[in-house]
Design a protein around this ligand. Sequence first.
Ligand code: NAG
Ligand code: NAG
Ligand code: NAG
Ligand code: NAG
Ligand code: NAG
Ligand code: NAG
Ligand code: NAG
Length: 296
Amino acid sequence: MAGSPTSLTLMYILWQLTGSAAPEAVKELVGPLGGAVTFPLMANVKQVDSIVWNFNTTLLVTMQPEVPTIIVTQNRNKERVSFLNGSYSLRLSELKKNDSGVYHAKIYSSSLQNPFTQNYVLHVYEHLSRPKVTMGLQSNKNGTCVTNLTCHMEHGGEDVIYTWKALGQAASETHNGSILPISWRRRESDMTFICFARNPISSNSSSPILASKLCEGAAGDPNPSMVLLCLLLVPCLLILFALGLFLWFIRRERQEENNPNGRSSKYSLFHSGNTQKDGKSPLTAHDARHTKAIYL
Ligand SMILES: *[C@@H]1O[C@H](CO)[C@@H](O)[C@H](O)[C@H]1NC(C)=O
Ligand SMILES: *[C@@H]1O[C@H](CO)[C@@H](O)[C@H](O)[C@H]1NC(C)=O
Ligand SMILES: *[C@@H]1O[C@H](CO)[C@@H](O)[C@H](O)[C@H]1NC(C)=O
Ligand SMILES: *[C@@H]1O[C@H](CO)[C@@H](O)[C@H](O)[C@H]1NC(C)=O
Ligand SMILES: *[C@@H]1O[C@H](CO)[C@@H](O)[C@H](O)[C@H]1NC(C)=O
Ligand SMILES: *[C@@H]1O[C@H](CO)[C@@H](O)[C@H](O)[C@H]1NC(C)=O
Ligand SMILES: *[C@@H]1O[C@H](CO)[C@@H](O)[C@H](O)[C@H]1NC(C)=O
């Protein structure tokens, strides 16, 4: 009964009446970049005159199974389109990114008032390569290393779901999302972090990251800005020191040059003081000896 042409026709008419979307629920398909996808088309239609496949708004393939002929509209698709044995299901290979979109198959038959339509949405995805991990700012207060690890794809990152696994000695934890907050005490046993990325057609994971490796950069307190400061300050101090030394030498040279004058001037000062005090009396032997004892 179900197979009788009249009941089928009735069903199709009903489908058409109830709205075109209901019977032809859109089929969601995914395909791997460079791979192949099959658009399943099953219809109990007697006397199929033709089947027309459209991609978005362009004509892709026309098929007349009774003749039989298959006409692929565009040359570049000739090698990519095929039909499985005796079926109406279209197979598209060598998938490209721009093959993503809406596909329609319409079956025309003299036994149908309206063509039978099946809609598809195809998403072409890349095979995921190894996800990359970047580390956020790190703080090392009180022997605890605190930072964020961010996982991302360098390309083909659409519809990617990220999860993290933190593997400790005792337990392992799973974290949803691309950002993993880390707080690791140095005294604790080491931990390993792995990022898993998956899209509808593939998955991949980062290489394992050790907490001790991650945190060793800032293990000692010299943080990069301090190192930079030292690198700038040390030469400055050295230059200042050299300059000071140089000036001191110059002064010493000058003093050495002026040394005899210096002595005599002091002597003469003393002497003149003497003479001023004692009027114009000449320097006595005692005075001379005294000054010698002081200045020589
Ligand atoms: C298609 O059918 C032919 C014979 O009709 C058979 O030799 C072949 O293996 C079939 N191919 C597939 C993919 O089923
Ligand atoms: C899709 O991209 C390929 C190259 O990767 C190009 O040859 C082709 O014309 C594009 N198709 C459409 C419909 O834009
Ligand atoms: C096909 O349509 C989809 C949206 O439905 C669009 O994103 C895509 O760019 C279209 N592709 C071409 C080749 O027109
Ligand atoms: C992960 O990606 C690398 C390239 O980045 C690739 O060599 C490897 O085969 C991929 N692993 C899986 C399981 O796909
Ligand atoms: C530092 O750690 C010690 C012991 O682990 C704790 O007693 C102290 O309160 C911590 N200090 C701060 C500022 O977190
Ligand atoms: C880690 O990321 C969260 C948001 O996800 C942010 O609030 C926090 O400040 C970040 N921590 C560090 C150390 O970057
Ligand atoms: C992570 O997400 C999955 C589903 O996406 C959920 O089942 C699981 O409970 C989540 N885990 C955490 C720790 O939030």
